[in-house]
Design a protein around this ligand. Sequence first.
Ligand SMILES: Cc1cc2nc3c(=O)[nH]c(=O)nc-3n(C[C@H](O)[C@H](O)[C@H](O)COP(=O)(O)O)c2cc1C
Length: 352
Amino acid sequence: MWTVNQDMKVDILRAGIAAPSADNSQPWRFTWGDDHLDVRIDATRSGNVSDTRYVLSDLAAGACVENMVIQGRSLGYAAQVDVFPEAGDELWIARIRWRRDPDGQRDPLAAAIDSRHTDRSFPWRGAIAPSAQARLDAQAERIEGARLCWPRAGREKSMALKLVRLAESLRFRSPALHAELFSSIRFAAGWDAVCEEGLAPATLAVERPMRPAFEAMRRPAVMRVLNRFGAAAMLGWRSAWLPIRLSPGLCLLVVPSAARTDVFAGGRALQRVWLEATLAGLSVQPYAAAGVLSLGFVPVEPHLRQALSRLDAGLAPLCGNGRGLVFLRLGQSRSAPPRRSGRRAMDSFGPG
Ligand SMILES: Cc1cc2nc3c(=O)[nH]c(=O)nc-3n(C[C@H](O)[C@H](O)[C@H](O)COP(=O)(O)O)c2cc1C
């Protein structure tokens, strides 16, 4: 048996931590064995309202593991990923075993691990060339069962827009989702700085004149009053419909079922697609609410449950035989976002 050396541990963990996570929650815990790494969901940073069945955490875990597998390969190690190794332990996501494979092929996606990021700006230019689309499709399909669906112009595109807008507006209409969303925004950081966990306001692309109103909305009473005047629908339009309408590309990541193994695989595919898009010079913004809410695991207030059924029914024709998890908005941004989300220090992710 060989032992993973300290440099390799650091390289692998750095790649994993660079992965995306919903609300920048970074819900991962790592424990090294001699020749393997155990990846767990951090119970203190997961399981909130929209993560009740760990859908968001499983996606983030899949993205994190994929980054580590890609990085390992670029260091000359092949990985074997055992998923959910202990049936009774819902937080234990994977054991990754590495073996030396000096002749194995390096994965070109490794070059994008550090530069991949979320971009919430708009409008975006360009067109997604068929060759670029084919490369993104191929990356999703490298993970068994995963694929991308591209709503075509016309009916499908307008249905997709309607669903994403509806889902985003629910995040402001549902008191539980509103509380969760605003608790992840670190207003204390101000509008210029970044923070090492959660969403820094500077990464949200909120227009300067709108910032005081947006900050006031964190109070449930203010949100309730504004919602009487249609604020949630307006916010759904501004945060989803308009940016998507003003971007050349939109696709939906689809997996065979809502089983946790499939969602985890979806996270791996999400990361491969995002890294390939980064290499192709494309900006990416994921929209997870439509897919995640449509699965029916999120305990929203009774008067909003009908909206969840509408999401489920509306997504079905877009997904064919499968479950849509995350929409991705794609295009060419004028410039890189002024701020990127930070990450916690490596030793906060476990014993190491
Ligand atoms: C499962 C998942 C769901 C996400 N959902 C959204 C979303 O609905 N809207 C959004 O703007 N960003 C979304 N993101 C992006 C995260 O907020 C982002 O990855 C995180 O803040 C870290 O920033 P970075 O991607 O720039 O490293 C999501 C990311 C993941 C992995």
